[in-house]
Design a protein around this ligand. Structure first.
Ligand code: CA2
Length: 146
């Protein structure tokens, strides 16, 4: 059975490719999800992608992953900087999770420098654009093994 990985994207990431290409790149969320699926095939991972603008929905998806999912890649977007609830959900399910940000959050406004999620993630990738998702999947595949 291939390992199952959830790729979760948080609020406003459905706007990718439509506005702010200088900060977030010109790829749409659909492009990024297609890249994740293709990378999953290459790495022999089963990859499922979801996006929501709602914090509670992210919490429910993370809880629902318990016992079913082997790894999570998450870009919590704005909730990175505010959500104890998402952090607690990741901590509760104890599924290896990699946090991804398209932009370098440390080179931006001070309020973006801290992420509640980072301490419960096995790793964090930021500033590498859409490639960050691909690299996160590669890291998870290596960590999860066959
Ligand atoms: O760099 C990232 O991936 C972020 O997680 C993106 C979030 C931001 O709040 C984080 O600090 C860093 C924002 C996502 C908003 O996406 C947009 C896409 C196109 C146009 C406007 C916003």
């Amino acid at each position: 059975m291939p390992k199952h990985v959830l790729v979760l994207n948080g609020p406003n990431l459905n706007m990718l490719g439509i506005r702010e290409p200088k900060t977030y790149g010109s790829q749409t969320l659909g492009d990024i999800e297609a890249m994740c699926k293709a990378e999953g095939k290459r790495l022999k991972l089963s990859v499922e992608c979801r996006q929501t603008n709602r914090e509670g929905e992210l919490v429910e998806w993370i809880q629902g992953a318990y016992g079913k999912v082997d790894g999570i890649v998450i870009n919590p977007a704005g909730y990175s900087h505010t959500s104890v609830a998402i952090r607690d959900a990741i901590s509760a399910v104890a599924i290896p999770t990699i946090e991804v940000h398209l932009s370098n959050i440390h080179a931006r406004e001070e309020f973006r420098h801290f992420s509640y999620v980072s301490a419960v993630a096995v790793g964090v990738i930021c500033g590498l654009g859409a490639a960050g998702y691909r690299l996160a999947l590669e890291a998870l595949a290596e960590r999860l093994g066959d």
